[in-house]
Design a binder for this molecule. Structure first.
Ligand code: SAM
Length: 440
């Protein structure tokens, strides 16, 4: 949560340069070259554009370039939606037209696969989450240093910076979450010390807004009263508080916080992992269900709170849900017990201790939905198994392609990839992919 304070540093020496942007990088930044051949990364510039930039610090082998003037705009440049675009680090691609945007996200997947020598897979069209549907965000806040004029900035980080953008609007986030910002600002003005910082995780659960504030502030009686008033006026389902490194403490719980997964309401822990949009979650669930065999036991690995386990069980399968996070697994397990679902659970670190081939054999299908780093160890174990169907859900094309190559080397065929966009106007892309065992 600690952000570096760059206010007192002298500004870096700025050298201007003019260049043509050749391509977009994986973070959505324009990339061009100086006459010297040095690579320059230019956020908010598009391929084909001729731009004037201020050269900044080193970035890998190249150098950062801050866009100063677009001397010749690209034909596919469009007017961005949000007044904060160009400052806020949340969106990198609002200035790109829809066709080029979709092509860029699909190319991230196909080029990652090509780099791993995986060719010939059918890549379906991108399913894009609509505007204003992100239901899980973490805002940052920092209070001003003037005791006479208390103020707090609440928003997202600026592009490649520790400084914050004070958000008035956000085109990608649920309006119910954006509407919380003025009240959040007033609350933090009252409780943060001068120069104090906070991170505020907000989730729109099925039962209402769930907020976890992590802050460097003393929770005295006055602060508790402010927090409780804020929770009541904003009609939050739950407000939790955490000092950095401490445990989350409940401040106000109006309603049980649950998410509906398939037929089941799961009481989720604070700041639990959830798919970023309801649209994205539905797209992932539908793609996974469509890839499952008609019957047989299914292992749901990296199961979280059961986003996939419950719909898979509702489709008639016996499910083993494996997850490393204790609180998430406890939530899944409790809901499964209460609902009488045929879901058993196991807590396990799947990176250090993946399910081995002998444990995997006998499952009709295995679903793997790891964090960004992917599931290298688990993919290696699957490569030695006889499991007929593996369904990969991934939020990172690079680690997915690496794991796909491991599975293919082990005798699987990549049948199709369904790209899904949950992080509108960012460079991220997610996917579901079906692998079938061809060779024993
Ligand atoms: C991308 S989330 C997917 C969760 C769930 N499938 C869903 O759709 O909501 C990845 C999950 O993997 C879990 N995880 C991360 N590293 C793990 C590990 N080494 N072993 C087991 N689970 C892990 C996280 O706690 C998280 O719940």
């Amino acid at each position: 949560m600690t952000r570096k304070n760059s206010r007192n540093k002298p500004p870096p020496r700025r050298i201007a340069a003019e260049l043509v942007i050749d391509r977009l990088g994986t973070k959505g930044d324009g990339i061009g070259r100086l006459d010297s051949g040095e690579t320059v990364y230019v956020p908010y510039a598009l391929p084909g554009e001729y731009v004037r930039v201020a050269l900044g610090g080193r970035r890998g082998e190249g150098v950062e370039g801050e866009l100063d003037t677009i001397l010749r705009p690209a034909a596919d440049r469009v007017e961005p939606e949000c007044l904060h675009f160009g400052q806020c680090g949340g969106c990198a691609l609002q200035h790109l037209d829809v066709a080029r945007y979709r092509a860029l996200k699909l190319a991230r997947i196909s080029s990652a696969l090509t780099r791993q020598g995986v060719t010939g897979a059918a890549i379906n069209d991108l399913l894009v989450s609509p505007k204003g549907t992100r239901r899980r965000v973490t805002f940052s806040a920092e209070s001003g240093r003037s005791p006479r004029q208390p103020s707090v900035v609440v928003g997202f980080n600026r592009r490649a910076s520790h400084a914050l953008v004070d958000l008035d609007e956000c085109s990608v986030t649920r309006p119910t979450i954006v509407a919380l910002l003025p009240a959040l600002r007033s609350l933090l003005v009252a409780i943060l010390p001068s120069g104090g910082q906070a991170d505020i995780a907000v989730t729109e659960a099925s039962s209402g807004l769930d907020v976890l504030i992590e802050a460097t502030a003393a929770l005295d009686l006055a602060a508790r009263e402010h927090l409780s008033e804020f929770a009541s006026e904003a009609r939050l389902a739950r407000l939790m508080w955490r000092a950095p490194g401490g445990a989350a403490e409940p401040i106000a719980i109006r309603d049980p916080v649950f998410m509906r997964f398939g037929p089941r309401d799961v009481a989720i822990p604070p700041a639990a992992f959830l798919q970023a949009t309801e649209f994205g979650e539905n797209a992932i669930v539908q793609a996974v269900l469509s890839a499952l065999p008609a019957e047989g036991r299914v292992a749901d690995l990296f199961a979280g709170c059961g986003t996939l386990s419950f719909p898979i069980a509702a489709a008639g399968h016996v499910v083993l849900a494996v997850e490393g996070d204790e609180a998430a697994l406890a939530a899944l397990s409790r809901a499964a017990r209460q609902g009488g679902d045929r879901i058993s659970v196991e807590r396990r670190d799947l990176e250090r201790s993946p399910l081995e081939a002998a444990e995997l054999n006998g499952f009709a299908a295995v679903v793997v939905d790891p964090p960004r780093i992917g599931a290298k160890a688990q993919s290696r174990a699957l490569a030695y198994s006889t499991v007929p169907v593996v369904i990969a859900v991934s939020c990172d094309p690079e680690s997915f392609a690496r794991d796909a190559a491991i599975l293919i080397e082990g005798g699987y065929r990549l049948c199709w990839v369904q790209p899904i966009d949950q992080f509108l106007w960012s460079a991220h892309v997610e996917l579901v992919a079906l692998f079938r065992r061809e060779l024993p």
